[in-house]
Design a protein around this ligand. Structure first.
Ligand code: URA
Length: 239
């Protein structure tokens, strides 16, 4: 059952367990996938989905959620220990990140919105961009730009795109990236759907996915349902 929330907000609040659908999801159907069910992420995502949400707020919310997704996606980064001077003493075994800088790769153009948030919490990350557009007839991804940092073999790469829809762009981006033999790769998105996860997992079973939600399905036009519409248009105010 749905009840109206406070008068000030037209958002509908489900009684009982918030996010029941996400929590009850058979995660065995989605191997190598993490859904970030943190209440702040889920609340902000619902605000983003609303069609009334203006561009500036959509952008801010994507940035905020991306920071929280980055927290999850980086939880297994390797640490080493260093000796440092605090104002009062020498500290041995202070944990610091090990190895070469993390690489964030944004799939243009909506991936830029995720990069903004991630760079807030990993400011020294290196950044790459992959430009892909969707052929609206075949829904296939066509590459028009590729620029990523060097020495990927020694680095962890987070590939970022808000919407894992057909999965074609994600697979193309990962195919291309893997030619450079990156050390480890994860795919970070805001919304996924069963079809996209299946396509991605079949092509790249070794690539973990971090997402804020797995929606119901893809429609015949390649949009995620219920989704949030065209992420690029909503982020940049085009349409
Ligand atoms: N890309 C989007 O921006 N939205 C969708 O629903 C699917 C793909």
């Amino acid at each position: 059952m749905c009840v109206a929330n406070a008068i000030a907000s037209p958002i509908q609040v489900e009684t009982g367990l918030v996010c029941r659908a996400q929590k009850d999801m058979r995660m065995a159907d989605y191997p190598n996938t993490t859904v970030v069910l943190h209440p702040l992420v889920q609340h902000k995502l619902s605000l983003m989905r609303r069609k009334e949400t203006p561009v500036a707020e959509f952008r801010r919310l994507l940035k905020e959620i991306s920071m929280l997704l980055a927290y999850e996606a980086t939880r297994d980064l390797a640490l080493t220990s260093a000796t440092i001077e605090t104002p009062v003493t020498t500290m041995h075994n202070a944990p610091v990140l090990d190895g070469k800088k993390l690489v964030l790769v944004g799939i243009l153009r909506a991936g830029l919105g995720i990069l903004d948030g991630m760079l807030e919490i990993v400011p020294s990350a290196r950044v790459g961009h992959i430009g892909l557009y969707r052929n609206h007839e075949t829904l296939e991804a066509v590459e028009y730009f590729y620029k990523v940092p060097g020495q990927l073999q020694d680095r962890t790469v987070l590939v970022c795109d808000p919407m894992l829809a057909t999965g074609n762009s994600a697979v193309s981006a990962l195919d291309r990236l893997k030619r450079s033999k990156p050390g480890a790769v994860k795919f970070v998105c805001l919304l996924a759907c069963p079809e996209g996860l299946k396509t991605l997992h079949e092509a790249h079973p070794d690539v973990p996915v971090v997402t804020a939600a797995i929606d119901e399905r893809l429609n015949e036009k390649g949009y995620i349902i219920p989704g949030l519409g065209d992420a690029g248009d909503r982020l940049f105010g085009t349409r």
